[in-house]
Each structure stands twice: as C-alpha cells, then as structure tokens.
Ligand binder design. Structure first.
Ligand code: 2IP
Ligand code: CA
Ligand code: CA
Length: 379
C-alpha cells in the first residue's frame, strides 16, 4: 500500500494549496476574514464560507482517494458533512466534479453567485501539485484497500487558520498559536481492529519565504503495521539540555487540577500550552514535548487518527486517559490505545466519534506510566 501513502501525500499537499489559496487570493481572503457583523444573511454566508473551505478540502480528498481505490470509497470519513444550505436557503451538496468548470459552477451556488471566488477555489482543487518526494521507494506495506478506512480533518485548528497570526518559529520550540498550528490530517485505520496504520500530516504554513514568495508547507508521514514501523521523522533523542522532568503540552483550557498535578511532576517551565489537537500531537512526534494530555472528550477520531499512526511508528501511541487511569495493567499493554472503527452508538452527530475519555499522546511508555501514576486519584 505504498501507492496509497504516495497518493495521500499528494492529496494532502493539494489540500494545503487550497488552504493557502483561501488566504492568498483577495476575493477568497475577504470572505474568510469578514467580520461577523451585518444582517443575518451575511453572517450565515460568512460562516458558510469558512465551513466551505473545510468541506471542499475533505470532498477533494474523498474524490481522489475513491477514484484510485474504489474499495475504500464507502470508508472515507471526515469531520464535515457535504450537505450545505446557502444564504438563500437552498440545499446544495458539495462534490468535486469531473471538470474544473463544473466544480466552479457548483461552488458558485454555495457562494451566492460569487463566480470569481468559485473559479479560484475550483482551480486549486483541480490542479495537481508538484510530486512529493517522500523517500517511499522500496517501501512495501502488506495491507489491502478493502481492509482500510480513512479519517480526514481537512483543517485542524480552524480558529488559528482564520485568525491567521504569523509567528516566527524558534528552533526547538513549539508555537503556542498562529498559522503554524493549522494542519491537514489524513489517518488510515484497519476496519477489523480500528488500529491506526498510516498517517499523513501536512502543515500548510510551515515557512514563509522572506523574499515574498509566500508560505511553504511541510509534510510528515508514518506507517505502523506488524513489523513495519517507519516514520518520516526519526525518533527524537531525549534532550539532555531539558534536564530532568517531562515536558508536557496541554490545551490552554485544561482543568486546573490537571495543571496542578503536572506542575509537581514536571516543574512549571515544563508545562506548555498550544492550540490545535493535531498540532499538540505533532509536538510530541517532533520531540518538542514528551506528552500531550487532554482530560476532556473534546477531540474526535479525525483529530487523532493520523498523528496517532506516526506516534505508533515511533514506538509511542495515544491512549484513552479515563480507561488508562482505571485499568489494572495501567499503560503496560495496548488495551487502552484509541481505536477508530466503532462509534458511540448512544450518542448523536459528531459525538458518536468523540474521544470521550480524553487522551494521552506519548513517545515513551515509561513516561506515559509516570504521568498516569501522577494523575491517578486526582481526576
Ligand atoms: C479542534 C482544534 C482545537 C482543539 C479541539 C479540536 O478542531 O484542534 O484547537 O482544541 O480539540 O477539536 P484545543 O486547541 O483547545 O486543543 P477544529 O479546529 O478542526 O474544530
Ligand atoms: Ca479538528
Ligand atoms: Ca477541522
């Protein structure tokens, strides 16, 4: 399935292009950042456009993967629904059509007849990006498309994407907020067990060309299946300059009791905060943090599937926090790793696919164990 990996890298790069185009092209950018003032119709329209960027990316990925791997077509899920009600109250289903012109015509119906914006979006959707050099030659993955399903988060950290703050990255440090936190996430799982087996992460706004050439992205991938564990990044060494103690990244909205329990374990300067569930897991993958803990059920399968596969390829993983706290074997076996194939049937809508018990993302089992021991009885 190395050809699936190459396709996902390609389509994630196309998704990143769409995300960049929406910020670079004036007619689209104006829609993205318009103030939510004015009459209700206008408010609804602006909201629609923000969602439309996400929906368009997701449908494009679904279209391209389904075309090359028809066996997967019914198993490509994502955060968004492609059913849309436009500002005029008409229902439109957003799909990627056979030609750029047809897609532009369809998008114009969602964009209340804005043909310029629709044409720009359609061009980005139908344009093939430069081939991604992923050094995947010689890689064989013993999986067949009929065994696999996909989770897509077309843009994670949407609020950071829309706000669009440009932060300067410091080598070796994570970025608490801003455009860097926005990611395209595509995760592949085994339909039978729900285990994540392949992940592609594209960071559309990784580096801004100082000579005015615009933003460039960066991609990351991993495969973890049986004996095959390969990641585009090598396992980060435990940084000696950090001294003792774990470096933990949290959501700024994390509970006080968790922050307090961790301060005594890590020391105050080892607690960091960042936006974006995907970005926080990427920080653990890159070694910018050792652990990401979330005590709430505020992430979903599409947030964690892709980065989870990369962490598994590096020897780590993502566990359900509540289950791990209550498990007698703690984190020693893989019983509490998140899985991706079964909905919470008692819930409705997006909640069916929430990671209800919270999560812990880790590279190193012994560090996971220390964290669980520190939090036991406190939550
Ligand atoms: C969000 C996004 C948020 C995150 C939340 C996700 O996804 O990643 O940033 O909250 O859990 O569901 P936080 O930043 O507090 O971790 P989206 O942007 O796709 O809605
Ligand atoms: Ca998300
Ligand atoms: Ca999203």
């Amino acid at each position: 399935m190395a050809d699936l990996l190459r396709l996902l890298l390609q389509v994630a790069e196309k998704a990143a292009n769409v995300a960049r185009v929406c910020r670079q092209e004036a007619p689209l950018f104006q829609l993205l950042v318009q103030e939510k003032t004015g009459d209700d119709k206008n408010k609804k329209f602006v909201q629609d456009f923000k969602t439309l960027a996400d929906v368009v990316i997701q449908e494009m990925i679904r279209h391209d993967v389904g075309a090359q791997f028809p066996e997967m077509a019914g198993f490509i899920h994502g955060e968004e629904s492609n059913k849309f009600e436009n500002g005029l109250g008409e229902n439109v289903t957003v799909t990627v059509c056979d030609t750029e012109q047809q897609t532009a015509a369809l998008l114009a119906t969602v964009l209340d007849g804005d043909h310029i914006a629709a044409a720009l979006l359609a061009r980005a959707i139908h344009q093939n990006p430069a081939t991604i050099d992923a050094s995947t030659e010689g890689l064989t993955v013993p999986l067949s498309p009929s065994e696999l399903g996909i989770w897509i988060d077309p843009i994670d950290a949407t609020s950071q994407y829309i706000e669009g703050r440009e932060e300067v990255l410091e080598e070796g440090h994570l970025c608490p907020s801003g455009l860097h936190c926005a990611l395209v996430l595509i995760g592949v799982y085994l339909r039978s067990t729900g285990r994540p087996v392949m992940g592609v992460i594209n960071q559309p706004f990784n580096y801004k060309d100082p000579t005015g050439g615009g933003w460039r992205g960066k991609h990351f991938w991993g495969v973890s299946c049986g004996d095959i564990n390969i990641c585009s990044l090598s396992r980060p060494s435990n940084k000696p300059e950090r001294g003792q103690g774990l470096a933990v990244v949290l959501s700024s909205s994390e509970k006080q009791v968790v922050k307090e329990a961790l301060t005594s374990l890590c020391g105050p300067d080892k607690l960091m905060y960042a936006s974006g569930a995907g970005y926080k897991i990427l920080c653990v993958i890159q070694g910018l943090a050792d652990i990401y803990i979330l005590s709430e059920g505020s992430t979903f399968k599409w947030d964690s599937c892709a980065p989870h596969a990369l962490l598994r390829a590096l020897g780590g993983g993502v566990v359900d926090l509540t289950e791990t706290l209550h498990s007698s074997c703690g984190a020693q076996d893989h019983q509490t790793e998140l899985t991706y194939h079964q909905p919470h049937t008692e819930c409705k809508g997006a909640d069916r696919w929430a990671n209800h018990g919270g999560l812990v993302a880790y590279r190193d089992c012994s560090q996971l164990h220390s964290i669980i021991t520190a939090l036991r009885g406190k939550l």
